[in-house]
Structure formats: structure tokens, C-alpha cells
Design a protein around this ligand. Sequence first.
Ligand SMILES: [Mg+2]
Length: 446
Amino acid sequence: MAGSGIFTTGPYHILAYGTLLGTTFWHFAAVQSRLFPIYFTVQTAAPVILAATYPRNEGGSLGLSGVLDPANRWSVLSPIAAIFASALLNFVVLLPATIKVMVKRRDQEKKDGKKSWEPAPHSQEMIALNKQFGKLHGISSLLNLTTFIGTITNADPVASGSGDSTAINEFLDKFDVFLFDCDGVLWSGDHVFEGIPETLSLLRSKVVFVTNNSTKSRQDYVKKLTDLGIDAQVDDVFGSSYSSAVYIARILELPAGKPKVFVVGEAGIETELRAENVPFIGGTDPALRRDITPDDYRGLADGSLLDPEVGAVLVGLDFHINYLKMATAFQYLRRGAAFLATNRDSTLPNSHSFFPGAGAISIPFVHMLGGVEPTSFGKPSQAMMDAIEGKFKLDRSRTCMVGDRLNTDIQFGIEGRLGGTLAVLTGVNKKEDWEMEGPPSFPTTM
Ligand SMILES: [Mg+2]
């Protein structure tokens, strides 16, 4: 394992921590007068070693600048500073004063011919000295309590591995915009991953939700995000349906008299096409949710059942796909309609498993058309990146793509020459996928 062994700071941090905790307990446990100087010295030196050896997750130490970083003010600096200040006060003030009283008490014991700790009666001088000693020991114990609380507080970030806030902050400071994939990153189906709403609310950068899922419109996504406790507006969402609608309405020049789109997909596509004033048929039309008949074959073959104004076929994830829809779409494509796909994801994560994705709907058409590929608008298509850049006016070098799929999300970020890509392990791809030889795309951060 990288970073292990006697030359790393981690073991010394733990040793210093254990020693400090031990001496602190021992103070409460017994009055070991002769050993006071030794353990006060250890108590004062230990927090210095703690600060110098505070470990990072990936090995090495935070260093003095890391400990002093404002981001670590409460988790690291404060407890260590409190430990050091209380130990130093014990060492510099309380220890000499206590020793002085102890010397006086020894002299008095000789005079009285009786030990200070023996039962009363005692001389007036010894009573005063015992009182003084008790007072000093009380103050010292209170200071020791501060050391104890500081030591326990210091242990928490070390144990939870969050002593890496400097590295995390350095990473976050590199970006103004985070593009977040949703399925497999924020949630799986309707199960939002732990800590996601809190993490997103802590991000100071602009967050854009970039999803390939075409079954939902941007409004549907805002509702889902809000229901799951994630704050979002329509403009924060960029879906493959929206990307497709924008492209068809503003970039694709359909032939004269053929402005309509035949949709193979769900309501999300229809909502976005409507928003961009793109006329369409198919989609969720109940007339197409039935078995094909001999009349359908004849009418599709001779074109009498086809709408002559259709100039494009847009294929997304369709939960009601059937032979009639496929046959109808294929007839439009055979007659020259533009072949468009919202996205090409092979699978869709749900309920901690995987189901057919939009690619599973469009790939049969590629097969039927003898290998002709659709123009796709989901990740990793750079048509989507161009649209996002145009809409949000982002600086690509200060933008990071966060996703779970190497061949869509991470490739999208790399091909788009973004400043960073961050792969999460909650969705489709696992660490082994990019550790294998020649992975499809390699994220800059995991
Ligand atoms: Mg995903």
C-alpha cells in the first residue's frame, strides 16, 4: 500500500495521540509527584507532534500550512491549539508552583515529624500548604480536562478520515462549474444516495444537472430533485431531450414541408419539443400502443399511413416500445428522415441494478439501416457540450464533469476538454474498469 511504513507520518501521529491520551488519563488517576515534570513535558510536546504529523488520506501529512488553513480551523487547529495551550500552562506556570509547594511541604514534614498525607491534626503551616497544593492541583486538573476534550475532538477527524479538507478544498477551488450526471451519481431510481443534498448545498460553484435520461423533461427533473431534497431550478437542468429539441429547432434544417418529428420515446421528449415549437407525432400517442395488423403492413409499405410532413425520427428511451412503433419509425427512416437519438446509453441504473437504456431502443434501427448511426445529443456527444457551453457561458478549463459512466460522462468531459472529470463509484462503472488495460476513458479524480 502506498504511503505505509516507518517513513510516513501516520504511525507517529497515532503514537503521539496515544501518549497524550495516556498522560492525560494518568493525571486524573494518581498524584505521581516525582513524575510531574516528565509527563507535563510529554503533554506539551505531543500536540506539536500531532500538528506536524496530521495525516492526509492518501498519505503524507497536512503540514503546518495545512493545519493553519482556515478550512481546518475547527476540525484540526482549534483542538490541537487548546491541547497545547493547556499543557503549556501546566508546564510553565502550574508545575513550578506545585514543585515549590511540595519542597516547602517536605521541609514542614521534617519540622512536624509527620507526613502531609497522614490523618489530622496538622500544624497550621501544613494545613495552609496542603490547601495551597489542593488549589494548584485543582486548577491543573481543570486544564487537563481541556487537554482531554481537545484530544477527543482531534481524534474524530482522524478516525473519520476527513483530515483531508485541504486537498478537497484545493480540488473544489479549481472549478467554477460542476456538471453532475444524475442516475447513478445522485440517485438510483428513487433512492437518493446518502449525503447528496448536503454535499450539493455546500458547493459554492454553479451546479448543472446533465442527464442523458430522455424520459423526463427539465420540469420533471426539477420536481424529482426537489422531492429528494435537492434545490434546483429548470435552468439548472440540461437533459438529452432538451438538447435534442434545441438542436432540431435551432440548428437542424429539415427539408421544406417536412418540419415534423416522429418520436420513439416518452413524454419528456414531447414536453421539450413543444417548448421549442417543434411539431411531432408518435411518442405517447395511445393509437400506437397496440399490435401491428395486416392493414398496418400495407399502409406503411405504400406510405398511405405515413405523415408526409415527417422529416426526422427522434429515438429515446421508450417504455412502451412495440413492433408497430418500430415499423413506423423504420419506414420514415427508409424514406430519408433524419436519424436522431436523444442518447445512446446501453443501460439505465435502477433499484441497485441495471435495465435497458435508450441505446437498447436505437441500436435495432442501426442494425435495420445497415450500420447507419444516429446523430446523438446525450453525453458523450459534443453537440450537448456545445449547447451547455452556449447556454451557461462556462469556462471549460474551470468546469468539472461528475459522473458514473466512463464511456458517457467521463468521455464527455475529456472530449470536451474540461478542466477535470470526477468519477463516482455509486453507478455503472467500478474502480476495476479504469484499472484494466485501456479503459474507455480515464477520470482525473475518483
Ligand atoms: Mg449515470
